[in-house]
Ligand binder design. Structure first.
Ligand code: XMP
Length: 520
Protein backbone atom coordinates (compact mmCIF):
# COMPACT_ATOMS: atom_id res chain seq x y z
CA UNK A 1 0.00 0.00 0.00
CA UNK A 2 1.14 3.48 -0.73
CA UNK A 3 2.29 5.94 1.90
CA UNK A 4 -0.34 8.28 0.52
CA UNK A 5 -3.70 6.84 1.38
CA UNK A 6 -5.37 10.24 1.61
CA UNK A 7 -4.81 11.14 -2.01
CA UNK A 8 -7.61 10.84 -4.59
CA UNK A 9 -6.82 7.86 -6.73
CA UNK A 10 -7.85 5.39 -9.38
CA UNK A 11 -7.56 1.74 -8.35
CA UNK A 12 -6.86 -1.13 -10.69
CA UNK A 13 -8.18 -4.47 -9.48
CA UNK A 14 -5.70 -7.04 -10.68
CA UNK A 15 -7.06 -10.27 -12.12
CA UNK A 16 -3.58 -11.38 -13.15
CA UNK A 17 -3.10 -10.04 -16.68
CA UNK A 18 0.50 -9.76 -17.86
CA UNK A 19 -0.17 -6.12 -18.79
CA UNK A 20 -1.94 -4.85 -15.65
CA UNK A 21 1.15 -2.83 -14.78
CA UNK A 22 0.82 -0.94 -18.04
CA UNK A 23 -2.63 0.35 -17.06
CA UNK A 24 -1.05 1.91 -13.96
CA UNK A 25 1.77 3.37 -16.01
CA UNK A 26 -0.62 4.98 -18.48
CA UNK A 27 -2.55 6.61 -15.64
CA UNK A 28 0.58 7.81 -13.88
CA UNK A 29 1.78 9.24 -17.20
CA UNK A 30 -1.31 11.44 -17.05
CA UNK A 31 -0.07 12.62 -13.62
CA UNK A 32 -2.86 10.89 -11.78
CA UNK A 33 -2.19 8.76 -8.72
CA UNK A 34 -3.26 5.13 -9.02
CA UNK A 35 -2.66 1.82 -7.32
CA UNK A 36 -2.92 -1.81 -8.32
CA UNK A 37 -4.85 -3.78 -5.71
CA UNK A 38 -5.67 -7.42 -5.05
CA UNK A 39 -9.27 -8.58 -4.87
CA UNK A 40 -8.85 -9.40 -1.17
CA UNK A 41 -8.08 -5.80 -0.33
CA UNK A 42 -11.59 -4.76 -1.38
CA UNK A 43 -12.94 -6.39 1.77
CA UNK A 44 -11.09 -3.91 3.98
CA UNK A 45 -13.21 -1.28 5.71
CA UNK A 46 -13.25 2.11 4.02
CA UNK A 47 -11.18 0.73 1.21
CA UNK A 48 -12.97 2.78 -1.40
CA UNK A 49 -12.29 6.06 0.43
CA UNK A 50 -10.67 8.54 -1.98
CA UNK A 51 -11.19 6.15 -4.90
CA UNK A 52 -12.48 8.15 -7.87
CA UNK A 53 -12.48 5.33 -10.40
CA UNK A 54 -12.07 1.56 -10.58
CA UNK A 55 -10.49 -0.40 -13.40
CA UNK A 56 -10.99 -4.16 -13.59
CA UNK A 57 -7.95 -5.63 -15.33
CA UNK A 58 -7.72 -8.52 -17.74
CA UNK A 59 -6.74 -11.95 -16.53
CA UNK A 60 -6.46 -15.61 -17.46
CA UNK A 61 -9.70 -16.77 -15.76
CA UNK A 62 -13.05 -17.32 -17.47
CA UNK A 63 -16.53 -16.43 -16.23
CA UNK A 64 -17.91 -19.39 -18.20
CA UNK A 65 -16.74 -21.77 -15.44
CA UNK A 66 -18.64 -22.30 -12.19
CA UNK A 67 -15.86 -20.66 -10.17
CA UNK A 68 -14.10 -17.49 -11.21
CA UNK A 69 -12.53 -14.48 -9.45
CA UNK A 70 -15.17 -11.89 -8.60
CA UNK A 71 -15.46 -8.61 -6.79
CA UNK A 72 -17.94 -7.94 -3.99
CA UNK A 73 -21.33 -6.60 -5.25
CA UNK A 74 -20.97 -3.45 -3.16
CA UNK A 75 -18.22 -2.35 -5.54
CA UNK A 76 -20.68 -2.39 -8.45
CA UNK A 77 -23.15 -0.42 -6.31
CA UNK A 78 -20.62 2.09 -5.03
CA UNK A 79 -21.48 4.70 -7.73
CA UNK A 80 -17.75 4.97 -8.42
CA UNK A 81 -17.12 4.80 -12.19
CA UNK A 82 -15.89 1.39 -13.37
CA UNK A 83 -14.00 0.40 -16.51
CA UNK A 84 -13.62 -3.32 -17.23
CA UNK A 85 -10.84 -4.38 -19.56
CA UNK A 86 -10.99 -7.83 -21.25
CA UNK A 87 -11.77 -10.20 -18.32
CA UNK A 88 -13.05 -7.06 -16.55
CA UNK A 89 -15.64 -6.53 -19.32
CA UNK A 90 -16.71 -10.16 -19.08
CA UNK A 91 -17.10 -9.85 -15.32
CA UNK A 92 -19.30 -6.77 -15.74
CA UNK A 93 -21.36 -8.58 -18.38
CA UNK A 94 -21.79 -11.60 -16.10
CA UNK A 95 -22.77 -9.47 -13.08
CA UNK A 96 -25.42 -7.57 -15.03
CA UNK A 97 -26.89 -10.72 -16.61
CA UNK A 98 -25.34 -10.54 -20.04
CA UNK A 99 -24.26 -13.78 -21.76
CA UNK A 100 -20.71 -14.94 -22.35
CA UNK A 101 -19.47 -17.97 -24.22
CA UNK A 102 -16.15 -19.56 -25.02
CA UNK A 103 -15.18 -18.41 -28.54
CA UNK A 104 -15.73 -21.48 -30.74
CA UNK A 105 -13.16 -21.00 -33.40
CA UNK A 106 -10.13 -19.71 -31.61
CA UNK A 107 -8.73 -16.86 -29.59
CA UNK A 108 -9.01 -13.37 -31.01
CA UNK A 109 -5.40 -12.33 -30.68
CA UNK A 110 -3.45 -9.36 -32.00
CA UNK A 111 -4.49 -6.25 -33.88
CA UNK A 112 -8.15 -5.96 -34.92
CA UNK A 113 -10.25 -3.33 -36.59
CA UNK A 114 -13.08 -2.03 -34.44
CA UNK A 115 -16.19 -0.20 -35.73
CA UNK A 116 -18.32 2.33 -33.89
CA UNK A 117 -22.06 1.87 -33.22
CA UNK A 118 -22.75 4.83 -30.94
CA UNK A 119 -21.07 7.80 -29.31
CA UNK A 120 -19.75 7.50 -25.77
CA UNK A 121 -17.83 9.72 -23.36
CA UNK A 122 -15.32 6.88 -23.18
CA UNK A 123 -14.52 6.94 -26.88
CA UNK A 124 -14.17 10.68 -27.49
CA UNK A 125 -11.46 11.12 -30.18
CA UNK A 126 -10.88 7.35 -30.27
CA UNK A 127 -12.46 6.61 -33.67
CA UNK A 128 -11.35 8.04 -36.98
CA UNK A 129 -14.11 7.71 -39.59
CA UNK A 130 -15.91 5.36 -37.18
CA UNK A 131 -12.98 2.90 -37.14
CA UNK A 132 -9.95 2.26 -34.95
CA UNK A 133 -7.27 -0.39 -34.40
CA UNK A 134 -7.17 -2.27 -31.10
CA UNK A 135 -5.12 -5.08 -29.57
CA UNK A 136 -7.06 -8.14 -28.49
CA UNK A 137 -6.14 -11.18 -26.44
CA UNK A 138 -9.19 -13.20 -25.46
CA UNK A 139 -11.18 -16.32 -26.08
CA UNK A 140 -14.46 -15.65 -24.27
CA UNK A 141 -17.04 -13.52 -26.07
CA UNK A 142 -19.85 -11.43 -24.63
CA UNK A 143 -22.69 -12.18 -27.06
CA UNK A 144 -25.78 -10.91 -25.19
CA UNK A 145 -25.67 -7.38 -23.86
CA UNK A 146 -26.14 -7.05 -20.08
CA UNK A 147 -29.24 -5.32 -18.73
CA UNK A 148 -29.18 -1.52 -18.92
CA UNK A 149 -26.12 -1.43 -21.20
CA UNK A 150 -25.65 0.05 -24.65
CA UNK A 151 -23.53 -1.24 -27.51
CA UNK A 152 -20.76 1.23 -28.44
CA UNK A 153 -18.54 -0.76 -30.85
CA UNK A 154 -17.87 -4.19 -32.38
CA UNK A 155 -15.27 -6.23 -34.28
CA UNK A 156 -15.91 -9.14 -36.62
CA UNK A 157 -15.44 -11.62 -33.80
CA UNK A 158 -16.83 -9.70 -30.84
CA UNK A 159 -20.26 -8.16 -31.32
CA UNK A 160 -19.92 -6.26 -28.01
CA UNK A 161 -16.37 -4.95 -27.98
CA UNK A 162 -17.26 -1.76 -26.10
CA UNK A 163 -20.35 -1.41 -23.91
CA UNK A 164 -21.56 1.20 -21.44
CA UNK A 165 -24.15 1.95 -18.85
CA UNK A 166 -23.70 5.71 -18.76
CA UNK A 167 -26.21 6.16 -15.93
CA UNK A 168 -24.26 3.85 -13.64
CA UNK A 169 -20.94 5.03 -15.15
CA UNK A 170 -19.92 1.44 -15.89
CA UNK A 171 -17.95 0.75 -19.06
CA UNK A 172 -16.35 -2.31 -20.59
CA UNK A 173 -13.83 -2.86 -23.40
CA UNK A 174 -12.84 -6.26 -24.75
CA UNK A 175 -9.44 -5.04 -26.01
CA UNK A 176 -6.41 -3.67 -24.14
CA UNK A 177 -6.29 0.16 -24.32
CA UNK A 178 -3.13 0.13 -22.15
CA UNK A 179 -0.85 -1.45 -24.79
CA UNK A 180 0.70 0.72 -27.48
CA UNK A 181 -0.65 -1.54 -30.28
CA UNK A 182 -4.11 -0.09 -29.54
CA UNK A 183 -3.48 3.02 -31.55
CA UNK A 184 -5.61 5.51 -29.62
CA UNK A 185 -5.73 3.47 -26.40
CA UNK A 186 -4.50 6.42 -24.37
CA UNK A 187 -7.66 8.34 -25.31
CA UNK A 188 -9.79 5.65 -23.65
CA UNK A 189 -7.73 5.86 -20.46
CA UNK A 190 -7.80 9.68 -20.48
CA UNK A 191 -11.53 9.86 -21.19
CA UNK A 192 -12.21 7.44 -18.37
CA UNK A 193 -10.11 9.12 -15.71
CA UNK A 194 -10.76 12.77 -16.58
CA UNK A 195 -14.20 12.94 -18.28
CA UNK A 196 -15.88 10.09 -16.40
CA UNK A 197 -14.10 9.83 -13.03
CA UNK A 198 -13.35 13.56 -12.99
CA UNK A 199 -10.14 13.10 -11.04
CA UNK A 200 -7.61 15.96 -11.05
CA UNK A 201 -3.94 15.62 -11.95
CA UNK A 202 -2.32 14.94 -8.57
CA UNK A 203 0.87 12.98 -9.17
CA UNK A 204 3.93 15.16 -9.74
CA UNK A 205 7.22 13.43 -9.18
CA UNK A 206 9.00 16.55 -7.98
CA UNK A 207 6.46 17.00 -5.22
CA UNK A 208 6.65 13.32 -4.36
CA UNK A 209 10.39 13.71 -3.84
CA UNK A 210 9.93 15.99 -0.83
CA UNK A 211 7.29 13.68 0.60
CA UNK A 212 9.67 10.72 0.30
CA UNK A 213 12.49 12.59 2.04
CA UNK A 214 10.18 13.70 4.85
CA UNK A 215 8.89 10.15 5.26
CA UNK A 216 12.43 8.78 5.50
CA UNK A 217 13.28 11.36 8.18
CA UNK A 218 10.17 10.45 10.16
CA UNK A 219 10.71 6.70 9.86
CA UNK A 220 14.43 6.60 10.57
CA UNK A 221 14.84 9.40 13.12
CA UNK A 222 18.43 9.35 14.34
CA UNK A 223 19.02 5.64 13.68
CA UNK A 224 21.41 4.26 11.10
CA UNK A 225 20.64 2.76 7.69
CA UNK A 226 22.76 0.44 5.56
CA UNK A 227 22.37 0.05 1.84
CA UNK A 228 23.92 -2.32 -0.70
CA UNK A 229 24.88 0.02 -3.50
CA UNK A 230 25.25 -1.61 -6.90
CA UNK A 231 25.51 1.52 -9.03
CA UNK A 232 22.29 0.67 -10.86
CA UNK A 233 19.71 3.42 -11.07
CA UNK A 234 17.36 2.00 -8.39
CA UNK A 235 19.82 1.57 -5.53
CA UNK A 236 21.56 4.83 -6.50
CA UNK A 237 18.37 6.91 -6.39
CA UNK A 238 17.29 5.20 -3.15
CA UNK A 239 20.67 5.91 -1.54
CA UNK A 240 20.74 9.55 -2.64
CA UNK A 241 17.23 10.19 -1.31
CA UNK A 242 18.12 8.57 2.01
CA UNK A 243 21.33 10.56 2.17
CA UNK A 244 19.34 13.76 1.66
CA UNK A 245 17.11 12.77 4.57
CA UNK A 246 19.59 11.44 7.14
CA UNK A 247 23.04 12.54 5.90
CA UNK A 248 25.92 10.57 7.42
CA UNK A 249 23.66 8.08 9.14
CA UNK A 250 23.49 6.25 5.83
CA UNK A 251 26.28 3.69 5.30
CA UNK A 252 26.61 2.11 1.88
CA UNK A 253 28.40 -1.09 1.03
CA UNK A 254 29.66 -1.86 -2.47
CA UNK A 255 30.63 -5.48 -3.03
CA UNK A 256 33.12 -5.90 -5.89
CA UNK A 257 32.21 -9.28 -7.35
CA UNK A 258 34.60 -8.86 -10.27
CA UNK A 259 31.64 -9.57 -12.52
CA UNK A 260 30.82 -6.01 -13.55
CA UNK A 261 31.46 -4.32 -16.89
CA UNK A 262 34.97 -3.01 -17.58
CA UNK A 263 35.93 -0.25 -15.06
CA UNK A 264 32.33 0.10 -13.96
CA UNK A 265 32.89 -0.64 -10.29
CA UNK A 266 35.77 1.82 -10.04
CA UNK A 267 33.86 4.56 -11.85
CA UNK A 268 30.70 4.13 -9.82
CA UNK A 269 32.63 4.20 -6.56
CA UNK A 270 34.35 7.43 -7.60
CA UNK A 271 31.03 9.09 -8.41
CA UNK A 272 29.52 8.24 -5.03
CA UNK A 273 32.60 9.03 -3.02
CA UNK A 274 33.78 12.19 -4.76
CA UNK A 275 30.68 13.76 -6.23
CA UNK A 276 28.08 12.80 -3.64
CA UNK A 277 30.45 12.50 -0.65
CA UNK A 278 28.72 9.32 0.34
CA UNK A 279 29.72 7.09 3.18
CA UNK A 280 30.68 4.07 1.04
CA UNK A 281 32.70 1.04 1.95
CA UNK A 282 34.16 -1.20 -0.74
CA UNK A 283 34.45 -4.94 -0.17
CA UNK A 284 36.83 -6.57 -2.63
CA UNK A 285 35.50 -10.06 -3.24
CA UNK A 286 36.32 -10.89 -6.88
CA UNK A 287 38.61 -13.79 -5.94
CA UNK A 288 36.06 -15.44 -3.68
CA UNK A 289 33.37 -15.18 -6.35
CA UNK A 290 35.67 -16.65 -8.97
CA UNK A 291 36.68 -19.49 -6.69
CA UNK A 292 33.08 -20.41 -5.85
CA UNK A 293 32.07 -20.28 -9.51
CA UNK A 294 34.92 -22.48 -10.70
CA UNK A 295 33.64 -25.37 -12.88
CA UNK A 296 29.99 -24.28 -12.56
CA UNK A 297 28.10 -24.46 -15.83
CA UNK A 298 24.47 -24.47 -14.78
CA UNK A 299 22.94 -20.96 -14.93
CA UNK A 300 20.63 -21.45 -11.95
CA UNK A 301 23.54 -22.75 -9.87
CA UNK A 302 25.58 -19.70 -10.84
CA UNK A 303 22.74 -17.42 -9.74
CA UNK A 304 22.32 -19.24 -6.43
CA UNK A 305 26.04 -19.20 -5.64
CA UNK A 306 26.36 -15.51 -6.44
CA UNK A 307 23.19 -14.57 -4.56
CA UNK A 308 24.16 -16.52 -1.45
CA UNK A 309 27.74 -15.31 -1.42
CA UNK A 310 26.59 -11.74 -1.83
CA UNK A 311 24.29 -12.07 1.14
CA UNK A 312 27.01 -13.67 3.27
CA UNK A 313 29.51 -10.91 2.53
CA UNK A 314 26.94 -8.21 3.05
CA UNK A 315 25.81 -9.68 6.37
CA UNK A 316 29.38 -9.89 7.61
CA UNK A 317 30.03 -6.26 6.73
CA UNK A 318 26.73 -5.05 8.12
CA UNK A 319 27.52 -6.61 11.50
CA UNK A 320 30.62 -4.43 11.73
CA UNK A 321 28.53 -1.27 11.64
CA UNK A 322 27.12 -0.33 15.02
CA UNK A 323 23.54 0.63 15.82
CA UNK A 324 22.07 -0.08 12.40
CA UNK A 325 18.31 -0.45 12.41
CA UNK A 326 17.32 -0.26 8.77
CA UNK A 327 18.27 -2.00 5.56
CA UNK A 328 17.61 0.14 2.47
CA UNK A 329 16.68 -1.40 -0.85
CA UNK A 330 15.83 0.06 -4.24
CA UNK A 331 12.68 -2.06 -4.57
CA UNK A 332 10.34 -0.68 -7.23
CA UNK A 333 6.57 -0.86 -7.60
CA UNK A 334 6.73 -3.57 -10.32
CA UNK A 335 8.91 -5.71 -7.98
CA UNK A 336 6.16 -5.55 -5.37
CA UNK A 337 3.37 -6.32 -7.82
CA UNK A 338 5.31 -9.14 -9.43
CA UNK A 339 6.27 -10.81 -6.20
CA UNK A 340 2.68 -11.24 -5.04
CA UNK A 341 -0.17 -13.13 -6.56
CA UNK A 342 -3.23 -11.34 -7.92
CA UNK A 343 -5.76 -14.11 -7.66
CA UNK A 344 -3.98 -16.79 -5.70
CA UNK A 345 -2.19 -18.36 -8.63
CA UNK A 346 1.52 -17.66 -9.04
CA UNK A 347 2.68 -16.74 -12.54
CA UNK A 348 5.41 -19.12 -13.55
CA UNK A 349 8.93 -18.15 -12.66
CA UNK A 350 11.31 -18.25 -15.61
CA UNK A 351 14.58 -17.51 -13.85
CA UNK A 352 15.49 -16.82 -10.25
CA UNK A 353 16.57 -13.21 -10.18
CA UNK A 354 19.16 -12.48 -7.58
CA UNK A 355 19.89 -8.91 -6.91
CA UNK A 356 19.88 -6.57 -4.01
CA UNK A 357 16.13 -7.18 -3.82
CA UNK A 358 16.87 -10.59 -2.36
CA UNK A 359 18.88 -9.48 0.64
CA UNK A 360 18.87 -11.17 4.06
CA UNK A 361 15.59 -11.60 5.88
CA UNK A 362 17.10 -12.86 9.12
CA UNK A 363 19.17 -9.80 9.91
CA UNK A 364 16.63 -8.29 12.27
CA UNK A 365 16.72 -5.09 10.32
CA UNK A 366 13.66 -3.14 9.28
CA UNK A 367 13.30 -2.62 5.53
CA UNK A 368 13.45 0.88 4.11
CA UNK A 369 12.17 0.94 0.54
CA UNK A 370 11.65 4.56 -0.49
CA UNK A 371 10.93 3.70 -4.14
CA UNK A 372 8.36 1.00 -3.60
CA UNK A 373 5.52 3.12 -5.03
CA UNK A 374 7.35 4.08 -8.21
CA UNK A 375 7.93 2.79 -11.72
CA UNK A 376 11.38 2.80 -13.30
CA UNK A 377 10.71 5.84 -15.49
CA UNK A 378 9.44 7.72 -12.44
CA UNK A 379 12.57 6.73 -10.53
CA UNK A 380 14.62 8.23 -13.35
CA UNK A 381 12.67 11.49 -13.04
CA UNK A 382 13.28 11.43 -9.27
CA UNK A 383 16.97 10.71 -9.86
CA UNK A 384 17.26 13.59 -12.29
CA UNK A 385 15.58 15.97 -9.87
CA UNK A 386 18.15 15.17 -7.17
CA UNK A 387 21.08 15.57 -9.54
CA UNK A 388 22.03 11.97 -10.27
CA UNK A 389 24.55 11.90 -13.12
CA UNK A 390 23.30 10.76 -16.56
CA UNK A 391 25.90 8.02 -16.58
CA UNK A 392 23.93 6.22 -13.86
CA UNK A 393 20.49 7.64 -14.61
CA UNK A 394 20.29 6.28 -18.15
CA UNK A 395 22.39 3.18 -17.68
CA UNK A 396 20.99 0.03 -19.28
CA UNK A 397 19.70 -2.57 -16.82
CA UNK A 398 22.36 -5.01 -15.68
CA UNK A 399 21.64 -8.37 -14.03
CA UNK A 400 22.67 -8.98 -10.42
CA UNK A 401 24.84 -12.02 -11.33
CA UNK A 402 26.60 -9.81 -13.87
CA UNK A 403 28.96 -11.25 -16.45
CA UNK A 404 28.68 -14.71 -14.86
CA UNK A 405 25.45 -15.25 -16.80
CA UNK A 406 26.89 -13.70 -19.95
CA UNK A 407 29.74 -16.19 -20.09
CA UNK A 408 27.91 -19.32 -21.06
CA UNK A 409 29.41 -22.40 -19.45
CA UNK A 410 32.41 -22.32 -17.15
CA UNK A 411 33.86 -19.02 -16.00
CA UNK A 412 37.48 -18.00 -15.55
CA UNK A 413 39.38 -14.74 -15.23
CA UNK A 414 40.63 -14.82 -18.80
CA UNK A 415 37.09 -15.12 -20.16
CA UNK A 416 35.88 -12.31 -17.90
CA UNK A 417 38.61 -9.99 -19.17
CA UNK A 418 37.94 -10.98 -22.79
CA UNK A 419 34.22 -10.32 -22.41
CA UNK A 420 34.79 -7.03 -20.60
CA UNK A 421 36.88 -5.81 -23.54
CA UNK A 422 34.37 -6.91 -26.18
CA UNK A 423 31.46 -5.48 -24.23
CA UNK A 424 33.28 -2.19 -23.71
CA UNK A 425 33.91 -1.85 -27.44
CA UNK A 426 30.27 -2.63 -28.21
CA UNK A 427 28.93 -0.06 -25.73
CA UNK A 428 31.43 2.59 -26.88
CA UNK A 429 30.32 2.08 -30.48
CA UNK A 430 26.67 2.50 -29.46
CA UNK A 431 27.61 5.78 -27.82
CA UNK A 432 29.63 6.85 -30.83
CA UNK A 433 26.67 6.25 -33.16
CA UNK A 434 24.26 7.91 -30.65
CA UNK A 435 22.35 4.67 -30.27
CA UNK A 436 22.86 3.90 -26.57
CA UNK A 437 19.79 5.83 -25.43
CA UNK A 438 17.61 4.40 -28.20
CA UNK A 439 18.27 0.88 -26.98
CA UNK A 440 16.75 -0.52 -23.80
CA UNK A 441 19.54 -2.96 -23.08
CA UNK A 442 22.69 -4.03 -24.91
CA UNK A 443 25.56 -6.30 -24.02
CA UNK A 444 28.13 -8.75 -25.30
CA UNK A 445 28.26 -12.41 -24.24
CA UNK A 446 30.76 -15.20 -24.70
CA UNK A 447 29.51 -18.51 -26.07
CA UNK A 448 31.29 -21.77 -25.22
CA UNK A 449 32.13 -22.41 -28.86
CA UNK A 450 35.31 -22.04 -30.84
CA UNK A 451 35.20 -21.51 -34.58
CA UNK A 452 37.77 -21.35 -37.35
CA UNK A 453 38.83 -18.09 -38.90
CA UNK A 454 41.66 -16.57 -40.83
CA UNK A 455 43.64 -13.55 -39.70
CA UNK A 456 46.54 -12.33 -41.80
CA UNK A 457 47.79 -15.55 -43.29
CA UNK A 458 47.07 -17.71 -40.31
CA UNK A 459 44.26 -19.98 -39.42
CA UNK A 460 42.61 -19.11 -36.10
CA UNK A 461 40.49 -21.25 -33.82
CA UNK A 462 39.00 -18.94 -31.23
CA UNK A 463 35.99 -17.84 -29.20
CA UNK A 464 32.56 -16.73 -30.39
CA UNK A 465 31.20 -13.42 -29.12
CA UNK A 466 27.47 -12.74 -29.25
CA UNK A 467 26.11 -9.22 -29.16
CA UNK A 468 22.53 -8.45 -28.12
CA UNK A 469 20.58 -5.20 -28.21
CA UNK A 470 16.87 -4.95 -27.50
CA UNK A 471 14.08 -2.43 -27.46
CA UNK A 472 11.62 -2.83 -24.63
CA UNK A 473 9.32 -0.90 -22.34
CA UNK A 474 9.84 -2.79 -19.12
CA UNK A 475 11.87 -5.90 -19.88
CA UNK A 476 8.77 -8.11 -19.88
CA UNK A 477 8.80 -8.33 -23.66
CA UNK A 478 11.44 -7.14 -26.12
CA UNK A 479 12.33 -6.87 -29.80
CA UNK A 480 15.86 -7.03 -31.10
CA UNK A 481 17.21 -3.70 -32.35
CA UNK A 482 17.61 -3.28 -36.12
CA UNK A 483 21.12 -1.90 -36.67
CA UNK A 484 22.38 -0.49 -39.95
CA UNK A 485 24.97 -2.69 -41.62
CA UNK A 486 27.57 0.07 -41.19
CA UNK A 487 27.19 -0.06 -37.38
CA UNK A 488 27.34 -3.85 -37.21
CA UNK A 489 30.44 -3.84 -39.46
CA UNK A 490 32.22 -1.40 -37.20
CA UNK A 491 31.33 -3.29 -34.02
CA UNK A 492 32.35 -6.65 -35.44
CA UNK A 493 35.63 -5.36 -36.91
CA UNK A 494 36.65 -3.59 -33.75
CA UNK A 495 35.91 -6.56 -31.49
CA UNK A 496 37.73 -9.05 -33.72
CA UNK A 497 40.71 -6.77 -34.29
CA UNK A 498 41.13 -5.64 -30.73
CA UNK A 499 40.09 -8.50 -28.48
CA UNK A 500 42.60 -11.28 -28.38
CA UNK A 501 40.84 -14.63 -28.30
CA UNK A 502 37.70 -13.64 -30.26
CA UNK A 503 37.58 -14.34 -34.00
CA UNK A 504 33.84 -14.26 -34.73
CA UNK A 505 30.91 -12.02 -33.73
CA UNK A 506 27.22 -12.91 -34.11
CA UNK A 507 24.15 -10.72 -33.58
CA UNK A 508 21.22 -12.17 -31.64
CA UNK A 509 17.95 -11.63 -33.54
CA UNK A 510 15.61 -13.27 -31.02
CA UNK A 511 12.66 -11.40 -29.53
CA UNK A 512 11.24 -11.97 -26.06
CA UNK A 513 9.17 -14.10 -26.01
CA UNK A 514 10.18 -16.69 -27.14
CA UNK A 515 13.72 -15.75 -26.03
CA UNK A 516 14.66 -13.99 -22.82
CA UNK A 517 16.84 -10.88 -22.75
CA UNK A 518 19.73 -12.62 -21.02
CA UNK A 519 21.03 -15.89 -22.43
CA UNK A 520 21.12 -17.75 -19.13
P1 XMP B 1 15.25 -11.88 -18.88
O1 XMP B 1 16.57 -12.49 -19.20
O2 XMP B 1 14.49 -12.65 -17.83
O3 XMP B 1 15.59 -10.48 -18.22
O4 XMP B 1 14.42 -11.60 -20.10
C1 XMP B 1 14.68 -9.43 -17.99
C2 XMP B 1 15.44 -8.30 -17.33
O5 XMP B 1 15.93 -8.74 -16.06
C3 XMP B 1 17.35 -8.67 -16.02
N1 XMP B 1 17.83 -9.85 -15.29
C4 XMP B 1 18.24 -9.82 -14.02
N2 XMP B 1 18.32 -8.80 -13.15
N3 XMP B 1 19.16 -10.25 -11.53
C5 XMP B 1 18.79 -9.02 -11.91
O6 XMP B 1 18.90 -8.09 -11.13
C6 XMP B 1 19.09 -11.34 -12.34
O7 XMP B 1 19.42 -12.44 -11.95
C7 XMP B 1 18.62 -11.10 -13.66
N4 XMP B 1 18.40 -11.90 -14.74
C8 XMP B 1 17.92 -11.09 -15.73
C9 XMP B 1 17.80 -8.68 -17.46
O8 XMP B 1 19.08 -8.10 -17.61
C10 XMP B 1 16.70 -7.90 -18.11
O9 XMP B 1 16.87 -6.50 -17.92
Amino acid sequence: MSQETNKDKIIIIDFGSQVTKLIARRIREEQVFCEIVKIDELKKKNFLKNVKGIILSGGPATVTKSKFPQIPSHVFNSKIPILGICYGLQLIAKHFKGKIKLGKNKREFGKMEITKNSNSLLTNNFFKNNKSIVWMSHQDIVYKIPKGFKKIAYTNNSPLTIIENAGKKIYGVQFHPEVTHTIYGKKIIKNFIFSICKIQKNWKINIEKNIIIENIKKTVGNKKVICALSGGVDSSVAALLIQKAIKKNLKCIMVDTGLMRKDEFKNTYKIFKNKYKMNVKIVKAANIFLKKLKDIKNPEKKRKIIGNLFIKIFEKEAKKIKKVEFLAQGTLYPDIIESRSATGSKTSKIKSHHNVGGLPKKMNLKLLEPLKDFFKDEVRILGKSIGLVNEILYKHPFPGPGLAIRIIGKINLQKIKMLQEADDIFINELNKFNLYDKIWQAYAALLPIKTVGVMGDSRTYENLCLIRAVKSEDGMSADYYSFNKEVLDEISNKIINRVKGINRVVYDITSKPPGTIELE
